[in-house]
Structure formats: structure tokens, C-alpha cells
Design a protein around this ligand. Sequence first.
Ligand SMILES: [Zn+2]
Length: 261
Amino acid sequence: MAGPVSAGPFLFVNANLERLIALQRLDSAAEDARRRLAEEPERTKTLDGRLEAARQRVATAKARSTDNQSVRRAFEKDVAVHQGRLSKFRDQLMEVKTNVEYQAMQKEIEFAQSEVKAIEDKVLERMIEGDELTATVKRVETELATEQKAVEAERRAMAAELAELKASVERLGGERTELVRAIDPQALAVFELVAGRRNGVAVAEARDGICSICHVRLRPQVFNTVRRNDQLIQCDTCNRILYFSPAAPVATPDGVSQPAQ
Ligand SMILES: [Zn+2]
């Protein structure tokens, strides 16, 4: 509830007006609590989403690490195959009869050696990359653990807040029942009618000759009557029940006012 409203008897000559202002406070507080309660599914979804994103980062990092290992193993098999061919060439080299054959075989061997070297370089690249990927997996796993703790803490805080909100909705409801008993039925009927049509806000402060909620200027005679706080006067434009608070701060020149009471 924003804005100080002194509800002392010296201010509100009309007891019903004073009680309707109190009723509005209760209703607005209950409405705020209900609105906050209604945000629960969205807040839960956001927390679930944070966890899911962290889990997804771990899954992605692990998949990349696994890919890297299988590519590396495939290259290592290639190396073995080429090594096998190399040793066969070396055996054959022993059996060549002519110099030409020898040189041809030598070329084959050199080529196979360069192949092996190229693939071994690739294996090395994958090993370096693999170290980086392993480090990434560890990092995102740590991040996931941190996120799990944070989300868990937020869930607990939210559960406590929701329990408190539910209790306050109940308490406000009880206070409302009490208060309503003391209000003149006709005054209450006006309040309920306006509240039903005006988004739950049936009471408005009149400040500087203006209805602080619909911002329409009151007729001077109406404002003068409202200033006395001795009867229920409704805004001509929004129908809200008007009151005057002498203690209220002077409104800014652009007419910005306090939120609804
Ligand atoms: Zn108004």
C-alpha cells in the first residue's frame, strides 16, 4: 500500500468514509498478495528452465567429448593400418631384385610414412582438443551443481513467501469480514459496485482539485465538499469515492500522483 493515509477521526468526520478507506487498503493488499501468488507457476517454470539449461550444457559438452574420443580412436586405427602396410613394404624391400624396384618400393615406404605422420598429427590435435573438452565438461558440471543449489534455495524461499502470502490473504479476509460489519450497508453497496467496475479500486484521493486515479479535475464545489471528509462524494468521471488528505504531499506540476489506495 503506497501513500500515507492518516485515518484519524479528526480527519474523517464521516466514519463510513474512514472505514471504506480501510476496506480499500485491505482489498488492495489482498489483491497484491493474490497477484503474487498467481505468479507461482511462471516463477517455477523459470527455475525449471534455468536447471534444464545447465543440464543441457553438460549434455552438450559430454557429447562433444565423446565425439572427440571416437574420432581419435578412428584415426588411431588408421595409423595402425598404415603401420601394418609400412612393415609389409619393409619386408618386400628385402626381396626386391633390381635397383628400380628398390627405388619404387622406397617411394611407397616414404609415402606411407608421410601418411602415418599426417594421421598422427590429427590424433595429437584431437588429444589437445580432448583435454579442453574434458575441462569444459568439468566446468559445466560445477556450474550445474552451483545452479542446482541456487535454484533449490530459491524454491525454498519461494515456498516460504507463498505460505506467507496465503496466510496474509486469509488474515486480510478475516479483517475484511470484521470491518464490513461496521460499515453502513448503503455505503458498502456503493463501494462494492464501484470496485466491481473499477478493477477493485473504489476509493480515490482528491488532490489539488484532481481525482488522483482518473486524473480528471473535480468541479470546485465538489472538491470543496470532499475536503471536509464528512460525506461520501463520488468522482463524476470514475465514480470512485473521494477523500481528502491534508497531510498529503503537494502533487508534482505534471499531475503525477500516488497509486490507488
Ligand atoms: Zn476519478
